[in-house]
Design a protein around this ligand. Structure first.
Ligand SMILES: *Cc1c(COP(=O)(O)O)cnc(C)c1O
Length: 467
């Protein structure tokens, strides 16, 4: 190599960095600086990054029970496409040569058109948009297209599962909207329809956002759409979590029940690359929604991600029904198994859940933050979650734990394995076992589950093929 040797700058006196305000954990940033300082060259610095990625893959990818509700493992083809050449190409605007700023998009147009048409098929929708990198931006696209600053909307508050997307501290707030809570029944864990009718008729929201990060049971979309139609209001469904369940026909179908538009995160139950998608049926929304996407909120839109999204939509068309049904059955089995072992579960009287997630009330075990960290030391990955008894201010230290069945299902597990997972969790929470005592057993349990099913490479899990 002819390049000049790299000499790290060595200041004469050690520089004590001034205390600078950071939102990130100071100790973790400081450790990264030490790592970089110890490197002999930028190439070694790059190696440090690659090594951390490999450590994550070895641990989270192969050893852990990943029960995070917003995660899903992607198929080998989807993962490979994320590294494809087309991801280095610039493509902005709408599909078709005249609509593009750049020439040379012949095959890019093909890929994007296949993606849009596959999404329409997967959701039985007349229109779809594939260009946003995240669902949070999809929600901002909806607010951009369907509201004006100063308008009033209704949405679900965070303690009962609402997402910041639709609250004053997120895109809805950025759009300058006034926000009134959708009344929610904390026991039945669904919208309080009578109270909603009263409040909505009083404030007449232009838009009502439904869908939530914590969703155990369906929403009364049809009844709510009929109420807001009295003054020309509309429902929009934030299906970030439920997108795969909707595609697989295992959750309510928001568009056919009266929602004007559905947004979603393709990286959650849909099990594709992390992306924001929009689907809708009403032709009158096409111009405003697609205009909000381009040129307002997205320019270059990662065609590698779009290609991967298209393949994941094809996977959902082929395998979504069985995959999503198993996800729901596994979540229900997990809820029952945890309750049996002495862990209070939300919605127990309604069968725990109709989605991919269950919520444990872990206040008696130390609270959501403490419990999630303890379980992570046992190689069981979950997340702390607000529950209806919490206030929004308890964000950092909520009382709940959210547990999702998407990844373990795609790895081929069924209801029987949910009992084994509940055993591990109960040993740490209820029996007070040290997480380190359970950690190796979790690794051994996970070891045979390394294949991603419900995709064209591996098809269905063997147990299902035999049926
Ligand atoms: C996760 C989530 C989002 C954000 O999705 P991203 O794709 O991560 O931006 C929006 N709304 C709800 C209800 C969510 O759960």
């Amino acid at each position: 190599m002819a390049s000049a040797p790299y000499k790290p700058a060595t200041p004469a006196t050690p520089v004590v960095p001034p205390a600078q305000p950071e939102v990130h954990d100071a100790a973790t940033l400081s450790l990264a600086r030490q790592t970089l300082d110890a490197c002999q060259s930028p190439a070694e610095m790059a190696q440090a990054v690659v090594a951390a990625v490999k450590r994550n893959e070895a641990w989270r990818g192969r050893q852990c029970l990943n029960l995070l509700a917003p995660e899903a493992p992607t198929s080998p083809t989807v993962r490979a496409l994320l590294a494809s050449e087309v991801g280095t190409r610039a493509a902005e605007g709408h599909i078709g040569p005249v609509n593009r700023w750049f020439a040379g998009t012949r095959h890019i147009d093909e890929i994007e058109a296949l993606c849009v048409e596959l999404l329409k098929q997967a959701f039985h929708a007349r229109y779809a948009d594939h260009r946003l990198v995240a669902s949070m931006i999809g929600n901002l696209a909806v607010y951009t297209a369907m509201t004006q600053p100063g308008d009033l909307i209704m949405s679900l508050p965070q303690p009962i599962g609402g997402h910041s997307s639709n609250r004053p501290d997120g895109p809805a707030g950025v759009r300058g909207l006034h926000i009134v809570d959708v009344p929610f029944d904390p026991v039945e864990l669904t919208v309080d329809l009578d109270l909603f009718a009263k409040v909505a008729r009083l404030v007449q929201p232009k838009l009502v956002a439904l869908g939530a990060s914590m969703t155990l049971f369906p929403f009364p979309i049809r009844a709510m759409a009929d109420i807001v139609a009295e003054w020309g209001g509309r429902i929009y469904f934030d299906g970030a979590h439920q997108l795969g369940l909707v595609a697989g026909g295992q959750f309510q179908a928001p568009l056919s029940e009266g929602a004007a538009v559905m947004t979603g995160s393709a990286g959650k139950t849909f099990s594709g690359p992390q992306s924001g998608i929009l689907v809708w049926d009403d032709p009158a929304l096409t111009e405003p929604l697609t205009h909000a996407v381009f040129p307002v909120l997205a320019a270059t839109h990662q065609v590698n991600r779009v290609a991967a999204l298209a393949v994941s939509a094809a996977e959902m068309i082929a395998f979504g029904r069985q995959y999503m049904a198993q996800i729901v059955q596994n979540a229900q089995a997990l809820g029952a198994a945890l309750a049996q072992r002495g862990i209070p579960m939300l919605g127990a009287h309604k069968g725990y859940t109709t989605t991919h997630q269950v919520i444990a009330d872990v206040r008696q075990f130390g609270g959501g933050l403490e419990v999630a960290q303890r379980l992570a030391r046992a190689n069981i990955i979950t997340n702390k979650n607000l529950i209806p008894d919490d206030s929004a201010e308890q964000w950092d230290h909520p009382g709940g734990l959210r547990i999702g069945s998407t990844e373990v299902t795609r790895l081929g597990m069924g209801q029987a394995e949910m009992g084994a997972i509940a055993d591990f969790i109960a040993r740490v929470l209820v029996e007070g076992a040290a997480p380190e005592q359970v950690a190796d057993e979790v690794i051994a349990f996970r070891e045979p589950y390394q294949t991603i099913y419900y995709c064209f490479e591996a098809g269905l899990p063997h147990a299902m093929q035999a049926q």
